[in-house]
Design a protein around this ligand. Structure first.
Ligand code: ADP
Ligand code: MG
Length: 583
């Protein structure tokens, strides 16, 4: 839904926004700047020390020079060290705070983006932004800024010193500046392009890796290792290739800039030597000038190099901001209820996931009075799951209205609405925590007794009693240490504890064998009593008791009635029924 653009449209704006995150820490950053000033000053003083050394030792033959120069050198490098430390530590402090803030914001945003956003984005890609891209932002906002300020200051200090020693020569050297900055600007553009490519390819690497790690059992049983190795190879190779393009651009940029600088240096040397020969310049001034000039090349080189992380950071920042700016879920209206009665109505509801993909639900009309059970049957792909996904507003209708207690769902505050709905579906999501914590998920206020009662009612206790650690047993990654039936019972206990007036069962038992299904049917029976229930089941035996059964096909309701009435009607339902019981 939000692919990162290949070239960031407005890098200046992105950068200003990133720096906006640094604003609260200006004070901390200024301490760093003090260190940078100290660092820059020591470079110019170093060139001055060369002048003192040569002038004192060879021209004035001052005996004190034997102490002054070595002590001066140690002092200078001590100060330089302090400057170096302060200018590294404090900006990094700011940078890590920015990372934390940005990462926290992005994570919070992930929790609030609409379901449709996740339909269109791979989790690997979303993870990649949270981990890899954000680290690049740190580089851009701190290291790059540090180098930029520190090295610009160093260059300015050295230039000032050059002017002080011999302004004509310095002015001549300065004419090169526009040429070099023009070069850097050109190189810059290609850096940004490659940076975006690298991040996109890193997202691909992450996506393939995540899918393969998640699906490792399927991969093994299909012997699909080679196929996945190939997909990974494509992403991996693209990543290597993009990185090499960037490295190439970076490797080229240094020699080019240095060569231009060297040509300038040659010109300066020519005039300087001619001045020395005509005795217009002293040798100590000449050597000191040369030292300062050579000292400029190091910060210059760093300044050129800094554009890579800077551009990477901007590309990364743009990709993060694209997510932060994506519209969050609609928060709904202002209506809040503690407990709904549970009257559900669908009035002339139509829905499509994407306008170009055709209708998934067409003109659905349904009423489920409070406390009643509606069963929905039909072929797979007929729209059953979509129909119930509208209840917690995972998606909103395109036309018509879904109502709870006679009010459109969109009138309720979203969290208040979702409090009214419990969902048990085929794929159970467990977190890597204890059984107890998984039952009480999202309901931290539940007491131990309530959790145990829910576990008892959902037949969770049946298998928990045999576990040495009982309810405090860890379930493993996504519940891997439990059987499908055990996981399902935990999700039912979760729904029992939630005690919502509306219950959705979407093929809650289809993954189970008959033995565990019998248990779970009993658990579900307890769960249904006193609630409005929408149950989707592919085993018709489980829906016979429903107050009404609707049969769906291609997004429409094609038959409706009680089990007995539908059998008597001898239509689609009767046919489905015959097929199941003859098989
Ligand atoms: N998240 C989605 N994005 C786009 N299309 C979807 C999505 N989920 C389901 N569909 C499509 O909508 C139709 C109905 O799907 P679904 O409601 O899951 O059917 P059922 O639950 O009856 O098997 C199918 O054609 C399916 O491909
Ligand atoms: Mg379904």
């Amino acid at each position: 839904m939000t692919p990162s653009p290949l070239v960031v449209a407005n890098p200046g704006q992105v950068y200003r926004r990133l720096l906006g995150y640094a604003r609260p820490y200006v004070g901390t950053f200024l301490i760093g700047v003090c260190g940078m000033v100290l660092f820059a000053a020591t470079d110019a003083l170093l060139a001055y020390l060369v002048k003192i050394f040569l002038g004192g030792a060879f021209i004035e033959r001052d005996p004190r020079i034997i102490w002054i120069v070595p002590l001066g050198a140690v002092t200078l490098f001590f100060l330089r060290g302090v400057g170096d430390y302060v200018s590294t530590y404090f900006p990094a402090l700011v940078g890590r705070r920015i990372i934390k803030a940005l990462r926290g914001e992005l994570f919070a945003k992930y929790l609030r983006l609409p379901v449709s956003w996740f339909d269109a984005t791979s989790t690997g890609e979303a993870l990649s932004r949270l981990t890899f891209n954000i680290e690049l932002v740190a580089e851009a906002t701190t290291n790059a800024v540090t180098v930029m300020i520190r090295d610009t200051l160093t260059i300015v200090a050295l230039l000032a010193y050059l002017f002080w020693i011999n302004w004509q020569l310095a002015a001549f050297a300065l004419t090169l500046a526009p040429l070099i900055s023009g070069l850097i600007r050109g190189i810059n553009k290609s850096f940004r392009r490659y940076s975006t490519r690298i991040q996109n390819s890193m997202a691909d690497v992450n996506r393939v890796a995540k899918e393969s790690l998640d699906g490792q059992r399927v991969i093994r049983v299909f012997n699909a290792q080679q196929q996945l190795e190939q997909s990974f190879e494509v992403a991996n190779e693209l990543n290597r290739h993009s990185n090499m393009r960037l490295i190439n651009a970076r490797a080229m940029s240094n020699p080019v800039v240095q060569l231009v600088a060297a040509i300038g240096l040659a010109g300066v040397l020519y005039f300087a030597i001619s001045q020395v020969q005509s005795r217009a310049m002293r040798v100590d001034d000449f050597m000191s000038f040369l030292t300062a000039l050579l000292l400029i090349t190091a910060p210059l080189r760093r300044l050129v190099n800094i554009f890579v992380p800077l551009q990477q950071g901007i590309a990364a920042g743009a990709s993060v901001f694209a997510v932060l700016d994506a519209p969050a879920e609609d928060e709904g209206g202002t209506l809040r209820i503690t407990r709904a009665r549970g009257d559900i109505a669908y009035r002339d509801v139509s829905f499509a996931y994407r306008a170009d993909k055709g209708q998934v639900l067409e003109r659905i009309d349904l009423e489920v009075p409070a406390g009643r059970t509606l069963a929905i049957v039909g072929r797979s792909g007929s729209g059953k799951s979509t129909l119930v996904a509208l209840l917690p507003r995972f998606y909103d209708v395109d036309s018509g209205s879904v109502q709870l207690d006679g009010r459109d769902l969109r009138e309720y505050a979203l969290d208040s609405l979702r409090d009214q709905v419990a969902v048990v579906s085929q794929d159970v999501v467990l977190f890597n925590d204890t059984i107890r914590a998984n039952i009480a998920f999202g309901q931290p206020e539940a007491s131990a007794a309530q959790v145990e009662a829910a576990a008892e009612a959902a037949f969770v206790m049946d298998f928990v009693r045999e576990l040495p650690q009982g309810l405090d047993t860890l379930v493993g990654d996504r519940g891997a240490l439990l059987s499908g039936g055990q996981r399902q019972r935990i999700s039912i206990a979760r729904a029992i504890l939630k005690d919502a007036p509306v219950l959705v069962l979407d093929e809650a038992t289809s993954a189970l064998d008959t033995e565990s299904e019998r248990h779970i049917q009993a658990a579900l029976g307890r769960l249904q009593s006193g609630r409005t229930t929408l149950v989707i089941a592919h085993r018709l035996s489980t829906v016979e008791q429903a107050d009404e059964i609707v049969v769906m096909d291609e997004g429409r309701i094609v038959e409706r009635g009680t089990h007995a009435a539908l059998l008597a009607q001898d239509g689609v339902y009767a046919q489905l029924h015959r097929m199941q019981f003859n098989a």
